[in-house]
Design a protein around this ligand. Structure first.
Ligand code: ATP
Ligand code: MG
Length: 450
């Protein structure tokens, strides 16, 4: 077995040396970085079992690195070295996801213990409910299928579209695809397409040249380019305005981008993953999402099941979520009373796993005596049965040829819908779908619609 490896980030050479020496004597491999930028570079390319960072760095602070690691290398535990008595920054670091902190002047005994437990945390790895890395929890059949599918798609470079209700774990699935694939050493760049103002979108995504518009005071790299060598995750892709969809199509199709104000195109090497909780096929039918882009990004599609389709996973999820919350708060996780658990399992969770997290976080503050009771679990009243999952097609992960069928199902649904909307006027339906009359006629025939 190779040595566990630790990244130490500090701009003071003396401290770097002291910590390096201490850790080497613990039979650990050490790497050092003197600033945020080089730490990120190392984290991108090397696997680490722990990162130890000072708070004040020449190009940012330790908190930035903690946040960056949560985003990009969540499996790496990170601890911060804080100035003596600076409790506030230690707390902020913990809230941001640091697993611990140690204050200056360094007590080497304390440091050794912290490092020892961090390393153990890492190797305990899978199986333990307390593992903090991003894992897909759940033993239901649908979760097994999802895991298999992730393993399968991570071996390819094809665009994957992930859909499912809010809070089901779409982003988690995207991260896992990235982490298990050949690009795992490269960056994972998540872009929330619904959160960027329309007028800034092009420059945010593709970058801009200095002076290309008022306020463009320097060259800026786009999010697309910053995913070079890695994965670009387009979250809430349905919210992309139409004019951006055209530009994105070029990225997907030609693997090129043109920054705002730049004459030439640049090539990019990225894999595109996307997600939405909306029904893209329907948006295509309504002319609000480009069909050509839809077919490009939807090469493989995965549905993340709602929590009520897998309510047998709720106990295990609840335990893991509590363990994670309590680890962060550094308290012992409470147990859940049988009645409380029953209430959780029976509840339909319109907000899915995210709602379960919120419910438990609240219960944790309300409970006393180390037990979460049914009274601590405050569930929203859900009046009527919830609508079905957003799309009519189920993910078929069992048969290898399932993808083609799913595409056809979506296509069929979109065409039927457009035909119904236009009272079976094929010319109008074709227009609605953004395809030619001939193409529509051909597809109707091929899909056996009538
Ligand atoms: N199977 C799972 N195992 C463990 N944690 C999960 C699982 N599914 C979801 N989560 C957790 O639930 C939360 C919501 O997940 P995520 O953000 O990936 O959902 P989403 O589908 O992208 O939601 P939205 O549509 O609201 O953006 C996250 O904290 C995630 O870690
Ligand atoms: Mg999301």
């Amino acid at each position: 077995m190779s040595k566990a490896s630790v990244l130490i980030v500090d701009d003071e050479p003396d401290l770097l040396e002291l910590v390096s020496l201490t850790l080497s004597r613990m039979n650990l491999a050490t790497h050092t970085a003197a600033d945020l930028g080089s730490a990120q570079r190392l984290l991108r390319t090397e696997p680490f079992d722990l990162c130890l960072t000072d708070m004040r760095l020449p190009d940012g602070d330790g908190l930035d690195l903690v946040a960056w690691i949560q985003e990009n290398r969540p499996q790496v535990p990170v601890a911060v070295i804080t100035a003596h008595g600076n409790v506030e920054s230690a707390v902020r670091a913990l809230k941001l996801g640091a697993f611990d902190f140690v204050s200056k002047p360094l007590d080497l005994g304390v440091l050794r213990k912290l490092v020892g437990s961090a390393i153990k945390l890492g190797t305990r790895g899978d199986g333990g409910a307390a593992a903090s890395g991003p894992r897909l929890i759940g033993r239901s059949q649908v979760m097994h299928q999802l895991r298999e599918m992730i393993a399968r798609v991570s071996r390819s470079q094809a665009p994957v579209h992930i859909y499912g209700e809010s809070g089901t774990g779409k982003e988690l699935v995207a991260r896992l695809i990235h982490e298990s694939g050949a690009r795992s050493e490269g960056p994972f760049v998540a872009v929330n397409c619904g959160a960027i103002p329309t007028e800034l979108m092009e420059s945010e995504l593709f970058g801009h040249k200095r002076g290309s518009f008022t306020g463009a005071v320097a060259d800026k790299k786009g999010l697309v380019q910053s995913a070079e060598g890695g994965t670009l995750f387009l979250d809430e892709v349905a919210d992309l305005p139409l004019h951006m969809q055209v530009k994105l199509l070029r990225v997907v199709q030609e693997k090129t981008v043109r920054p705002v104000g730049e004459a030439r195109e640049e090539t990019v090497d990225i894999r595109i993953l996307s997600a939405t909780h909306k029904n893209l096929a329907q948006l295509v039918a309504e002319g609000r999402f480009r069909e050509d882009l839809f077919y490009r990004i939807n090469v493989i599609e995965m549905r993340v099941p709602s929590l009520r389709e897998r309510s047998e996973d709720i106990p295990e999820l609840a335990e893991a979520i509590l363990a994670r919350l309590c680890q962060r708060m550094r308290i012992q996780p409470p147990t859940i009373s049988p009645e409380a658990l029953q209430a959780l399992v029976a509840y339909p969770f319109p907000g899915n796993v995210r709602e379960l997290e919120n419910v438990l976080e609240r219960a944790l503050t309300l409970c006393s005596g180390g037990v979460i009771t049914a009274e601590n679990i405050k569930l929203r009243a859900v009046a009527r049965p919830l609508p079905e999952a957003p799309r009519p097609v189920a993910l078929d992960t069992t048969s290898g040829g399932g993808l083609g069928n799913q595409l056809e199902d979506i296509e069929r649904a979109a065409i039927v819908k457009a035909l119904e909307q236009t009272r079976y006027n094929k010319t109008a339906a074709a227009k609605l779908l953004g395809m030619t009359f001939r193409a529509l006629r051909y597809r109707i025939k091929k899909l056996g619609i009538e």
